[in-house]
Write a protein of this length. Structure first.
Length: 766
C-alpha cells in the first residue's frame, strides 16, 4: 500500500466528500503531516473525522490495522465504528486500534505486561477495590484512617498517574500531599501490592504503557512503524499522561490529526489540560490548523450570545461560529425570587411547550451542581411531568452486580484477592472476620493468593471444622466453575455460579421488593453477557465501561449537569442557577484563580451551545444551598452576554440593566433599582424588599469584583518583575520569567513546565 495518495485520479469524484463544506473537505483530504482540526460546537466535526478515517482506507493510504483512532468514551467509539462501517463496509472490522485511550492501552499492555512485572491475564480493578486495597495498606502502616482516608489517597494517586508520575518521580510537595510526607511511600506500597495481585487500576493502563514506550526503544519503534496515521477526538480533554503517550506514538511519522475545541475544555478536575491543544503547533512544527466554524445546530442568536461570552477568555486559539439558519429567538434571562419559583417557572414553560407540540425528550435542564436538581424533581412530581435524571446510580456499581462480577473475577483470575474478599462470605456462610484474618496471615507468610491460602488452610487446625468444611466446599465450587468456563458461554456460567453458590436462593428468601429488584438486575446482567464470547472479554468491557445505557421509549424531560451534557443537543435548554457562588462555583473562585474562572466560562459556553432553538437562563435572588438560605447576585456571565442577543425579565425590580450595573466598575448598584420599572410585580410578606436588596449590597459586590477577570481592571504591570527574574507561585513553585506582556507572564517553572499567569499571583523569589 502506497504512502502517497495516488490510487484516485485527481479529477475523480469522491462520494465521501458529498455534503461537506470547504474546511471539512480540507480536513478529510489533508492526510500528510500534523493537522489540528479546531472544531467549534455543532460544526460537524464527527462527519469530518469519520470521513477522513474512511478516506485513508478507501484511498489505500493505510490498511485499517495501520490506523490508530482514539476517542474518550465507548459510546463515541461505537458511533465512529458504525459511521465508518456505513462508508467502507466490512473493512471496518479490520480496525483493532479504534477505541478509547484505556481500551487501546489495555490491549497494548496485554502484549507487553511482562515488561512492567505483570502477566498478560492481569486484572483491572475498579474504584471500590482500589479503596479497599488502600484501606488495608493504611491500616497496616498504622496511619489514622479517619484523618487520612483512603479516598484522599486514591485521589492523590489518580492525579499522579494522570500526570505520568511514578512513585520515584514525586517531588517534596507532592509527597507532602498525604499523611505528612508519606505520599510517595504509600504510592510505592500500592504499586507493589498491585503487581503482587497481578492487577492494575485504570491509571496504570496508560502509565504502564508510557513507561514501556519510554524505556523500550524496540517497542516504541514497533508501534511508530505500525501506525501510519494517528487520529484523536476531543483532544482538548487529554491529560498529561495521554498527551505524552500520543506524542511518543506520533513522533515517528508525524501523521497525527487531532480534533478538538479549546473553548469546550471543561474537565480539569479529571486532569484534562487545555494547554495540550493550545501548544499543538509548538509540539508539531508546521502543523496545519483547519477551523470548522459553520454551525449546523444552533440559531444565530444563540451562537452570537455564546461567542460574545467566550470572547472574555484570554486562553484560547479563537474562532468565529456562524450559521445559515433563521435568526431565531434571543436568549431569555429570567430573574426569580428563589429556587422553588425557579422550578415552578421552568415547569410552567415546559408544560406550555408540551401543549404546543414540543417533544419532552427535546427539552433539557442543565445544572451546575447536583443539589440543584431536587427542586425540579419535587416540582415535576407534583405536576406529573415526566423526567429523567442522567448521571444517577450506575448499573455496574450496584452491590449485587459487584458481587456477581467478583465471583467471575475469581474464576478468571484466582489471584484476585480483592474479589475473593468481597464474596468469600456472600451469601452468608458463617465465615467471619477472624476466618479472613487467618487467611491473610497464611497468605502473607507463604506469599500466595487468598484463594490458594483457603485451599491450604482446610488441611490445618487454624480454623474450626465448620469453617474448614465451608472453605473446602467453596474452593471445590470454584474449581468446577473454572472448568465450566472453558465450555459454557459467560451468561450461562454466571447463572450457574449464582445458583450453585446460593446467592440466588438468598435473595429469593428475602421476599422483599428490594430483593426482587436485585434479582431483576442480575437477570439483566446475564442478558448483557450474552453478547460476549469469553468471560475475559466481558470482564474487560465492564472494567472499561461503567455505565448503564438502558433507554426508555417514553419521552421525558432530561435533567443533568452541564458537564454531562457535553456532546448532546436539545431544541429547548433551561439553565438555572446562574448566580455568583453557584455558577461560577464558589470553589472555582476561591481555589482556582483566573484559570478556573475561564474554565467555568467555557462550561457556560458549552451549556448555551447545547440549544438548537431556544435557551433560557434563570437566576434566583435567594437559594437554599446545603440546607442554608443564601442571598445571591446574578452571575457575572449574564453581564458578559451581548445586549443585542438577550431578552430579559424578572420578578424583582431592576430588569435588564440591573445585573449589568452590578458588574460595571463604577456603577452605583442601587441606581437602576430606583429607575427601572418592574417586569412583573410580586407581593411578598414583610421584609421581602429588604431581603431582595441585600443581593445588591456593595460588600458582596466588592467580593465579586476581587475575583473577576483581572483583564477587566486594566491592571498595570509590576515594575519589579522582568524577563529572566526568578519568582515563586503558590501552586506551581519556583520559576523564571520567559515572556512578559503587560501584567501577563509566561514562566518556565522548575517542576510544572511553562505556564501563563498574572503577575499578581507571583512574588519575586529571594
Amino acid at each position: 500500500m502506497n504512502d502517497q495518495q495516488d490510487s484516485l485520479p485527481s479529477d475523480a469524484h469522491d462520494p465521501l466528500l458529498d455534503g461537506l463544506n470547504a474546511p471539512q473537505r480540507d480536513a478529510v483530504l489533508t492526510t500528510e503531516g500534523p493537522v489540528l482540526m479546531l472544531a467549534g460546537a455543532g460544526t460537524g466535526k464527527t462527519s469530518a473525522l469519520t470521513r477522513r478515517l474512511a478516506h485513508l482506507v478507501r484511498a489505500r493510504l493505510a490498511w485499517p490495522s495501520e490506523i490508530l483512532c482514539v476517542t474518550f468514551t465507548n459510546k463515541a467509539a461505537r458511533e465512529m465504528r458504525e459511521r465508518v462501517g456505513h462508508l467502507i463496509g466490512p473493512a471496518v472490522e479490520g480496525m483493532p486500534w479504534l477505541g478509547t485511550f484505556h481500551s487501546i492501552a489495555a490491549k497494548m499492555l496485554r502484549r507487553h505486561a511482562e515488561l512492567v512485572g505483570l502477566q498478560s491475564n492481569y486484572t483491572i480493578i475498579d474504584t471500590d477495590d482500589q479503596l479497599r486495597l488502600l484501606k488495608q495498606l493504611i491500616q497496616s502502616e498504622g496511619v489514622d484512617e479517619k484523618r487520612w482516608p483512603p479516598r484522599q489517597l486514591a485521589g492523590c494517586i489518580d492525579r499522579w498517574k494522570n500526570r505520568g508520575l511514578n512513585p520515584q518521580d514525586l517531588d517534596a510537595g507532592e509527597n507532602e500531599a498525604y499523611a505528612n510526607g508519606k505520599g510517595q511511600h504509600f504510592y510505592r506500597l500500592y504499586q507493589d501490592r498491585l503487581k503482587a495481585l497481578n492487577a492494575c487500576d485504570f491509571g496504570d493502563l496508560l502509565l504502564h504503557m508510557l513507561n514501556i514506550l519510554r524505556t523500550n526503544r524496540e517497542v516504541l519503534e514497533q508501534y511508530q512503524q505500525r501506525f501510519k496515521y494517528v487520529m484523536v477526538d476531543e483532544y482538548q480533554d487529554t491529560n498529561q499522561v495521554q498527551y505524552l503517550w500520543l506524542r511518543l506514538l506520533a513522533q515517528g511519522r508525524q501523521n497525527i490529526c487531532v480534533v478538538g475545541d479549546d473553548d469546550q475544555s471543561i474537565y480539569s478536575w479529571r486532569g484534562a489540560e487545555v494547554a495540550n491543544i493550545l501548544r499543538f503547533e509548538k509540539d508539531f512544527p508546521g502543523a496545519k490548523v483547519i477551523r470548522l466554524e459553520q454551525n449546523y445546530r444552533s440559531t444565530p442568536q444563540i451562537l452570537a450570545a455564546a461567542s460574545g461570552l467566550i470572547n472574555e477568555n484570554s486562553q484560547r486559539l479563537g474562532k468565529t461560529l456562524w450559521t445559515e439558519k433563521h435568526p431565531g429567538d434571543k436568549l431569555r434571562v429570567i430573574g426569580v425570587w428563589d429556587a422553588p419559583e425557579e422550578a415552578r417557572r421552568v415547569g410552567d414553560d415546559i408544560e406550555r411547550l408540551e401543549r404546543e407540540g414540543a417533544p419532552l425528550d427535546q427539552i433539557a435542564i442543565l445544572v451546575r451542581a447536583q443539589y440543584q436538581t431536587r427542586e425540579f424533581e419535587d416540582r415535576f412530581i407534583s405536576i406529573g411531568l415526566k423526567y429523567r435524571i442522567i448521571g444517577g446510580f450506575r448499573f455496574y456499581e450496584r452491590a449485587e452486580i459487584r458481587d456477581a462480577l467478583a465471583y467471575l473475577r475469581v474464576i478468571a483470575q484466582p489471584a484476585d484477592d480483592l474479589a475473593f474478599e468481597r464474596i468469600y462470605n456472600s451469601p452468608k456462610r458463617g465465615l467471619g472476620a477472624k476466618a479472613l484474618e487467618k487467611l491473610h496471615l497464611l497468605a502473607r507468610r507463604r506469599s500466595i493468593p487468598l484463594a490458594a491460602a483457603a485451599i491450604e488452610i482446610v488441611d490445618t487446625d487454624e480454623l474450626p471444622a465448620r469453617a474448614r468444611n465451608t472453605f473446602l466446599s467453596l474452593m471445590r465450587d470454584f474449581a468446577r466453575w473454572r472448568e465450566l468456563e472453558k465450555t459454557e458461554n459467560p451468561a450461562d456460567l454466571m447463572r450457574t455460579v449464582l445458583d450453585e453458590s446460593g446467592y440466588t436462593d438468598a435473595l429469593q428468601a428475602e421476599k422483599t421488593a428490594e430483593a426482587a429488584g436485585r434479582l431483576e438486575n442480575l437477570a439483566e446482567l446475564a442478558r448483557a453477557m450474552e453478547e460476549y464470547e469469553s468471560l475475559g472479554d466481558f470482564l474487560e468491557h465492564v472494567s472499561l465501561v461503567m455505565d448503564n445505557e438502558a433507554a426508555s421509549e417514553e419521552e421525558k424531560v432530561t435533567i443533568m449537569t452541564m458537564h454531562a451534557a457535553k456532546g448532546l443537543e436539545f431544541d429547548h435548554v433551561f439553565l438555572p442557577g446562574w448566580e455568583e457562588g453557584v455558577f461560577p462555583s464558589q470553589r472555582s473562585l476561591d481555589e482556582g484563580g483566573l484559570a478556573s474562572l475561564e474554565e467555568e466560562r467555557r462550561l457556560a459556553y458549552v451549556a448555551i451551545t447545547r440549544a438548537r432553538r431556544k435557551c433560557t437562563i434563570l437566576h434566583a435572588a435567594n437559594r437554599r444551598i446545603y440546607g442554608q438560605w443564601t442571598s445571591s447576585i446574578p452571575s457575572r456571565f449574564i453581564a458578559e452576554l451581548p445586549d443585542d442577543h438577550v431578552d430579559s425579565e424578572t420578578t424583582l425590580s431592576g430588569g435588564a440593566s440591573l445585573w449589568r450595573a452590578q458588574w460595571s466598575e463604577h456603577a452605583d448598584p442601587f441606581a437602576d433599582v430606583a429607575r427601572a420599572q418592574p417586569a412583573r410585580t410580586v407581593t411578598r410578606g414583610p421584609g421581602w424588599q429588604r431581603a431582595a436588596r441585600q443581593q445588591f449590597d456593595p460588600k458582596p459586590r466588592r467580593i465579586a469584583e476581587s475575583t473577576r477577570s483581572a483583564a477587566s481592571f486594566a491592571a498595570k504591570p509590576r515594575t519589579d518583575l522582568t524577563i529572566g527574574a526568578r519568582v515563586f507561585h503558590e501552586k506551581f513553585g519556583y520559576g523564571t520569567i520567559a515572556e512578559q506582556e503587560g501584567n501577563k507572564l509566561e514562566i518556565e517553572f522548575e517542576k510544572s513546565g511553562r505556564k501563563r499567569v498574572l503577575d499578581s499571583f507571583v512574588k519575586a523569589a529571594d
